[in-house]
Design a protein around this ligand. Structure first.
Ligand SMILES: Nc1ncnc2c1ncn2[C@@H]1O[C@H](COP(=O)(O)OP(=O)(O)O)[C@@H](O)[C@H]1O
Ligand SMILES: [Mg+2]
Length: 364
């Protein structure tokens, strides 16, 4: 390989790479290293560039094989093929502490060493999200479970011979068990959607028919809440490529939310329309808009609305039997369909959720 290409390759690597000579003085640093640790790195002693005892210890071991040091490689990480050391640490980069994976290996031909630093903040953030999710799920399950346990005790004890109390408590227990059941159902659904997210759905479906079916299914719930469901653009077939069960779930969730949280406006409208060119999807699209005239959502909540367990008013959501997972599921399904979800709302005027799907249908 010619040396100019080698240099360009190293410069363009998305991880920080530094070379040091046998005296642990920096001889080269790529662009990512400069971005992470500062512009002027060459000719400086490595310890001044990255002052971390474990890294320095690994460097000593690599530069002087006679040097006796305890092993510093992190046993969890895969070993370095060239016999170097690899560790996970917090390093200080331009005054900021960042989690990083650092590899130190020998450059035998020149008697120096190569140090590679990978920023692992992304991985850390994902791990944190997973921990938060587990904590949230546990909390959401524990609340109804605590109620159930409490009522079981009451039924065994004080309410044992009181038929009226027993009926009332059994009713509450049924509601709490139902809540747990919905939560488990939504969790399974979320996990299924996530598993399939990278596989593009291939069924050909008629959105218009689907919209009419969803409206009909939710009619009783809407009637009970005194809400009229109005559809538009759903008389002629509108074909898209998708997963029928999942898209039904999307519209069911959105219409149910509109009835539950925006029903105060008395009307929920469902409109299917064509978009000649969607700027984000870069092409023709089909949109399904679910709009209500309820109290709307404060703008500050909009960016987080599709996060798992995010609710504007948790008390109200629980009271209405919500799990806080509906919009997270919607978002994942729409993403799987290579589409997008647009949420607009104005406090006091209502909310509008628009699912925009690419119109292109693969010919098979
Ligand atoms: N049409 C709407 N009008 C007002 N608020 C809404 C609407 N749709 C969703 N929300 C808010 O977004 C939150 C998240 O919705 P979702 O993920 O479906 O969870 P939930 O299980 O609570 O329905 C709801 O708790 C509610 O606060
Ligand atoms: Mg919901």
């Amino acid at each position: 390989m010619d040396s100019q290409l080698t240099q360009e390759l190293i410069a363009a690597l998305p991880v920080a790479v530094l070379a040091v000579d046998a005296d642990a003085r920096v001889t080269a640093a790529n662009t990512a290293a400069q971005a992470m640790l500062g512009e002027a790195l060459t000719d400086r002693p490595f310890v001044n560039v990255l002052r971390h005892p474990v890294v320095v210890q690994a460097l000593d071991a690599v530069l002087d094989p006679g040097h006796v040091v305890p092993p510093v490689s992190d046993p969890i990480l895969p070993a370095v093929a060239s016999g170097g050391h690899r560790m996970r640490l917090q390093i200080s980069a331009r005054g900021r502490d960042i989690p990083a994976e650092v590899t130190v290996s020998a450059l035998p031909a020149r008697g120096g060493a190569l140090i590679v630093i990978e920023d692992s903040s992304g991985i850390e953030a994902a791990e944190q999200q997973r921990r938060d999710f587990v904590a949230n799920v546990s909390h959401e399950l524990r609340t109804p479970l605590t109620a159930l346990i409490g009522f079981i005790e009451t039924l065994r004890g004080p309410a044992r011979d009181d038929p009226a109390a027993r009926d009332r408590f059994l009713g509450i227990m049924e509601a709490e068990a139902g809540r747990m059941n919905r939560l488990v159902r939504d969790l399974l659904s979320l996990s299924r959607v996530e598993t399939e997210e990278r596989r593009r759905p291939a069924e050909r479906i008629d959105l218009a028919m689907m919209i009419r079916a969803v409206a009909a299914t939710l009619q009783p719930q809407a009637d009970a809440a005194g809400v009229a469901i109005v559809t538009a653009g759903a008389d002629e077939p509108v074909l898209v490529q998708g997963d029928a069960d999942q898209l039904t779930q999307v519209f069911h969730n959105l219409v149910e939310n509109a009835v539950k949280y925006g029903g105060g406006g008395g009307e929920v409208s469902l409109r299917v329309f064509h978009i000649d060119h969607d700027p984000v999807l870069r092409g023709p699209a089909i949109a399904v808009e679910v709009a209500d005239r309820g109290e709307g959502i404060d703008t500050m909540h909009l960016p987080r609305l599709t996060e798992r367990f995010y609710r504007v008013d948790s008390h109200r959501s629980r009271e209405k039997g919500g799990t806080g997972l509906g919009l997270a599921i919607v978002k994942h399904i729409v993403t799987r369909h290579r589409g997008r979800l647009r949420i607009e709302s104005e406090k006091g005027k209502g909310s509008r959720f628009t699912v925009i799907l690419p119109e292109r249908i693969d010919r098979r």
